[in-house]
Design a protein around this ligand. Structure first.
Ligand code: CAA
Length: 259
């Protein structure tokens, strides 16, 4: 496998794999192709006995600025149902090895949802987290409404999802979205340090600990996720999604009409 939108390093250090999201010009926006590569890479690494911890990162400017708005903007609800773009996330959700996010810059929309699919999170002081989908006339679709609410609580989740405003790395630390905040020069090294620490533990114990923690976290999640996904796709039947995404592309404020 030779991915186009990822840089995968598995051999530079024993037992640790590093995946870099690599669409820097688009702030690592998660297009369908990148997500398919990420799914396949994670699946492969999950089956590789040599790998004991996986670090996912972007670059200093952006971890990932969300799903690719250009790719989605013209789609209808039926297209969205048929493409079912969030089905790739079902594989990511099931990865058994520990995932560590090393986040700098923007982690927005699907970017923040990818962070929340990771088990540990190291943020640089410059990181910003947000679920700005509301500004596009849609809602989070890769688990954000359910996972963010469980992680930060109702009113904070409401604030992030209803206003679309970003929060700083330090706020994310206070709210329980990240484990550590470090200077920008150190975020990747700190994440790799965490990976080294995990790689020294029993892979089986790590696997079962992860599974058990997720069990606590995920009870009743499946129904919520299904609900969220249908609602996300449904929004593509309306005019506000078209307007919101078109306005983003044309770099102008959107004019939402509620239809
Ligand atoms: N999709 C596609 N392209 C994107 C993108 C996205 N999510 N985010 C940024 N880009 C592109 C921009 O269009 C721009 O491309 P051009 O240079 O060709 O114009 C390039 O990346 C750089 O972005 P900006 O010029 O906008 O950079 P900025 O520093 O002025 O602003 C930003 C940065 C605040 C992150 C802004 O780009 C932004 O608001 N991006 C969109 C964030 C967003 O709404 N994410 C949610 C997407 S929907 C989603 O994720 C659904 C889900 O649940 C999975």
């Amino acid at each position: 496998m030779n991915p186009t939108y990822l840089i995968v390093e598995t051999r530079s250090e024993p037992n640790i794999a590093l995946i870099r999201l690599n669409r820097p010009k688009e702030l690592n926006a998660l297009n369908l192709e990148l997500m398919a590569e990420l799914r396949d890479t994670l699946k492969q690494l999950d089956q590789d006995d040599e790998v004991r911890a996986i670090v996912i990162t972007g670059d200093d400017r952006a971890f990932a600025a969300g799903a690719d708005i250009r790719q989605m903007s013209g789609k209808g609800a039926v297209d969205m149902l048929l493409i079912d773009q969030f089905s790739t996330w079902d594989t990511i959700k099931k990865i058994k090895k520990p995932l560590i996010a090393a986040v700098s810059g923007f982690a927005l929309g699907g970017g923040n949802e990818l962070v929340m699919h990771c088990d540990l999170v190291v943020a640089s002081e410059t990181a910003q987290f947000g679920q700005p989908e509301i500004k596009l006339g849609v809602i989070p679709g890769a688990g954000g409404t359910q996972r963010l609410t469980r992680q930060v609580g109702k009113v904070r989740a409401m604030e992030m999802m209803l206003t679309g405003e970003f929060i700083s790395a330090h706020q994310a630390l206070t709210w329980g979205l990240v484990n550590k905040v470090v200077p920008v020069e150190l975020y990747l090294e700190e994440a790799l340090n965490m990976a080294r620490q995990l790689a020294r533990q029993s892979p089986l114990a790590i696997r079962l600990a992860k599974e058990a923690v997720l069990k606590a976290h995920d009870t009743h999640l499946a129904e919520g996720l299904e609900f969220e996904r249908k609602n996300f796709y449904l929004l593509f039947a309306g005019q506000d999604q078209k307007e919101g995404m078109q306005a983003f592309i044309e770099k102008r404020p959107p004019n939402f009409i509620g239809r």
